[in-house]
Design a protein. Structure first.
Length: 83
């Protein structure tokens, strides 16, 4: 169990709240957490391309997330949202 505090961004293209949870260590890519409008986890994706920071808008909010492995698969829990 590893706990991080990460910024919450808005993707300018999709208009969704996202968290860049971690960088993929073996290539260009990110672990991306999409949030609902009520700031709950809706989806977790592994993106295999670079995300340009110019396409992200800072919301001024951050979230405390916990990274775990369940049955050999990566899983994230949203512990707290700081506004």
């Amino acid at each position: 169990m590893t706990t991080y505090v990460k910024k919450i961004h808005i993707d300018k293209e999709s208009k969704k709240h996202i968290i860049l949870a971690a960088k993929n260590t073996n290539g260009p890519g990110h672990h991306l957490i999409e949030l609902t409008t009520t700031l709950e986890i809706s989806q977790f994706k592994l993106i295999h391309k670079k995300i340009k920071l110019i396409t992200l808008e800072d919301t001024g909010m951050s979230a405390k997330i916990e990274k775990t492995k369940k049955n050999g698969k990566l899983h994230y829990n949203l512990l707290k949202v700081y506004k």
